[in-house]
Write a protein that binds this ligand. Structure first.
Ligand code: MLT
Length: 267
């Protein structure tokens, strides 16, 4: 397991992993996860790259100041961490909400992005019903805590087969979600509800881009990834069998094989 470091950035005490040396890969986890979502990638790639994987505000071991947390705010936190660590450019990877944040970061700081990895994510904004559902969920979590929300979310994150036959993966995902405080949970939900449509950005992306998605992802289905692939010039699309939403943990070998080939192609 990577050692957790801490820094004061953008007025926030942020926890992060920073392993290895070389070109920097900045990995941004999804909601309501933390940097351990990337544990198999940190282990596999820190021999040849410097992997920086923060816990976003409100998640994992980072502070949870009052929200909401718009995607631009998360991107500003990442930019401040980049500066603090003396890094110029990053290969930027994001899963799900991490992908929404990667879009925000690419809009604000395009000169800092050398390549993009978009995992189990989507470009579009929430529908009005989706945004209302998030507000209802935020209020419920503020009132009752996160246990009920975790119970409802877990079955959507992994395949039925993994849930039935790989209890250790289910436990790992559950424990990771338990580290997200009710305040952080609600603030991220409200931030995601406000996010803009990133579809117009896609045709402007000019860096090498890898898109990955679990074949059985119900939250950000392969259809969304196909759409991104059709709009991002020169992008590469890989659909991972036997995986739902948290592909990094559910099918780490397949994920890492694809990522390794993409990184090699960057030269
Ligand atoms: C995530 O995994 O980050 C979430 O499923 C994103 C979302 O709720 O839209």
């Amino acid at each position: 397991m990577a050692q957790v470091k801490r820094a004061e950035v953008n007025g926030l005490e942020m926890a992060y992993a920073d392993e290895g040396q070389g070109e920097v890969i900045l990995l941004v986890h999804g909601f309501p996860f933390d940097h351990t979502q990337w544990a198999p990638q940190i282990a596999a790639f820190s021999g040849n790259y410097r992997i920086i994987a923060p816990d976003l505000r409100g998640h994992g071991q980072s502070q949870a100041p009052p929200g909401p947390y718009p995607m631009d705010l998360f991107a500003e936190d990442l930019a401040a961490l980049r500066k603090h660590l003396g890094v110029e450019k990053v290969i930027l990877g994001g899963l799900s909400m991490g992908g929404y944040i990667a879009f925000a970061f690419s809009r604000k700081y395009p000169e800092r992005v050398r390549a993009l990895i978009l995992a189990d994510t989507r470009p579009q904004a929430d529908t009005p019903e989706g945004a209302k559902g998030r507000e209802d969920a935020a209020r419920a979590v503020e009132k009752e805590g996160t246990a009920g929300a975790i119970e409802r979310l877990l079955p959507k994150l992994l395949t039925k087969q993994s849930l039935e036959s790989r209890p250790e993966i289910a436990a790992q995902v559950q424990t990771m979600m338990e580290r997200c405080s009710p305040q952080g949970w609600a603030a991220a939900q409200r931030g995601m509800a406000q996010r803009p449509d990133s579809t117009p950005l896609l045709s402007q992306i000019s860096v090498p881009t890898l898109i990955l998605v679990g074949e059985e992802d119900l939250l950000t289905p392969p259809e969304d990834s196909r759409k991104m692939h059709s709009l991002i010039p020169g992008s590469r699309l890989e659909i991972i069998p036997g995986a739902a939403h948290v592909t990094t943990l559910e099918q780490p070998q397949a994920f890492n094989r694809i990522l390794s080939s993409f990184l090699e192609s960057l030269g």
